[in-house]
Ligand binder design. Structure first.
Ligand code: AP5
Length: 215
């Protein structure tokens, strides 16, 4: 399976990808996670990306496309992938289509996780993530068993720098102006699936798992 998850920040892309990656046995590729790893490691890409990420703006297309060109050619992506956070602009979507053509691959589905803005603000301001393994929590909907400690690896659980309300609002504005046009881009080619993702995550997971049967 080759799937793209799109949707506003906080739609649950990372949560759902983590929940279903076992079912599909494909690589979960999150551009946000890749960029944060580069920032932590102090790479040239990380240094260039950090200012954009802290402000809730998009990292320039050229940097992202180069990063993804390398990532999609890694052996673990050969058996399929689930993209989370890429593409995020029409330019990135066109570059992905070209890359897939070069690799003689086709996308199976693009899934839009639909969530209203106010739900996003509530979810992201209460999101916490493990600084060690990246597991995603929520102080309201999915707290850790012991406060501040990851259930999976016992690492420290923190709030992301871009989960402050003013930055969340900017990320939403960027989503509506730069990423929402992808809905039409993929709808035109019949590849788009829409799923309401404001409610419980189980229904979304079941929908994503059912895509395997329509392949
Ligand atoms: P990135 O990390 O991709 O952030 P994002 O798209 O804003 O997505 P999030 O990770 O915030 O949300 P999510 O949908 O994964 O939600 P989650 O599952 O965590 O990107 C960060 C930055 O990197 C960008 O701002 C940009 O600067 C840069 N970047 C990345 N990719 C780029 C690209 N392609 N081009 C340019 N720049 C790029 O869930 C959120 C919270 O809600 C959690 O607490 C979770 O527990 C909770 N939750 C999830 N589902 C439910 C539910 N059903 N009910 C209740 N709570 C729920």
């Amino acid at each position: 399976m080759r799937i793209i998850l799109i949707g506003p920040p906080g739609a649950g892309k990372g949560t759902q990808a983590a929940a279903i990656k076992g079912k599909y046995e494909v690589a979960h590729i999150s551009t946000g996670d890749m960029l944060r790893e580069n920032v932590s490691a102090g790479t040239e890409l990380g240094l260039e990306a950090k200012g954009f990420m802290d402000a809730g703006s998009l990292v320039p297309d050229e940097l992202i496309i180069n990063m993804m060109r390398g990532r999609l050619s890694q052996p673990d992506a050969a058996g399929g992938f689930m993209l989370d956070g890429f593409p995020r602009t029409v330019t990135q979507a066109e570059a992905l289509d070209e890359l897939m053509d070069e690799m003689s691959l086709a996308l199976d589905a693009v899934v839009l996780l639909d969530v209203p803005d106010e739900t996003v603000v509530g979810r992201l301001s209460s999101r916490r993530v493990c600084s060690s393994c990246g597991a995603i929590y929520n102080t309201k909907a999915h707290p850790t068993k012991a406060e501040g400690i990851c259930d999976v690896c016992s690492g420290g659980v923190i709030q992301r720098d871009d989960d402050k309300e003013d930055v969340i609002r900017n990320r939403l504005a960027v989503y509506h102006s730069k990423t929402a046009p992808l809905v039409e881009y993929y709808d035109k080619t019949g590849r788009l699936h829409r799923v309401g993702a404001a409610g419980a995550g189980d229904a979304v997971r079941r929908y994503l798992e059912s895509l395997k049967d329509v392949k």
